[in-house]
Design a protein. Structure first.
Length: 269
């Protein structure tokens, strides 16, 4: 009897799920990253960090980076100090490349990411050493601004934290934020800004979503439809979601499409 009742309940549940039910399509899909690709990237970064040869040029460039971070958390500082430090960083980067070759820049960036993640993983609430303070700099504010930390809890994937820190390191060293990024790092970076970066202006989030899609990010088309809703284009969102449902056959997408169609009809009234 229990088995019969269970079978009946399961069939009723399946029937209910199969019934078209409009769902308000306002929640962005989650950022999904390949575990294998993440693990491979972490190993690659560790190997690259270990490949860096120590030397005067490495020490000089790291000291400038630490000084920049320390200045970030001890404002205000004169613009001339900032300009001087940036000029010194430019010269130090060139000296490193002249001494150890162009690959040394990427290896130094990998070591900075490795050292930060070790420091970040310690879970210390207070940083005492000046080097540690400089290594973190204003990065915590970046994590908070982009919603990676919520109520003192880290909610972003580790690869996103790594990518955001790498982007900060790049910008301080006068190169593009995503210079030297692998595909999984691009997904972790642009995907978080697009899908979860509530502190980012909507236009910048849409641009980030295009970059995320171009990097092979999962659920990008669904997110594009939701951006159409946010930008008051519910009819286009509904058509895109309906097309996705036709391709993938997920009931969830069908119900989201129905919700978008309802929003489109409401907008026309």
């Amino acid at each position: 009897m229990k088995l019969v009742l269970w079978a009946v309940a399961a069939s009723l549940t399946g029937a209910m799920l199969a019934i078209p039910q409009p769902v308000d399509p306002w929640e962005m899909p989650s950022l999904v990253l390949s575990r294998r690709a993440v693990a491979e990237e972490v190993r690659r970064n560790e190997a690259l960090a270990e490949a860096l040869s120590d030397g005067e040029e490495v020490d000089r460039l790291r000291a400038l980076f630490i000084g920049h971070g320390f200045a970030e958390v001890n404002p205000p500082y004169a613009k001339v100090d900032y300009d001087t430090r940036q000029a010194n960083i430019y010269r130090a980067v060139k000296a490193l490349a002249d001494k150890q070759g162009p690959k040394a820049f990427g290896a130094m960036r990998a070591r900075a990411v490795r050292d930060f993640m070790r420091l970040f993983g310690d879970g210390r609430g207070t940083l005492d050493a000046e080097d540690d303070i400089g290594a973190v700099g204003g990065f915590r504010e970046i994590l908070e601004r982009y919603g990676a930390i919520y109520q003192e809890v880290l909610i972003a994937p580790e690869m996103t934290v790594r990518a955001l820190y790498k982007a900060r390191w790049n910008l301080i060293h006068r190169v593009r934020a995503t210079d030297g990024f692998s595909e999984i790092e691009l997904q972790a970076y642009w995907g978080w800004l697009a899908l979860q970066g509530w502190g980012v202006p909507l236009k910048e989030r849409r641009d980030a979503l295009v970059a995320y899609r171009d990097a092979g990010g999962a659920n990008a088309q669904e997110a594009l439809a939701l951006f159409d809703l946010l930008e008051q284009r519910p009819e286009r969102a509904a058509k895109l979601l309906e097309a996705l449902y036709s391709q993938e056959g997920e009931l969830r997408l069908r119900n989201l499409a129905l919700g978008a169609f309802h929003a489109a009809r409401a907008a026309q009234r």
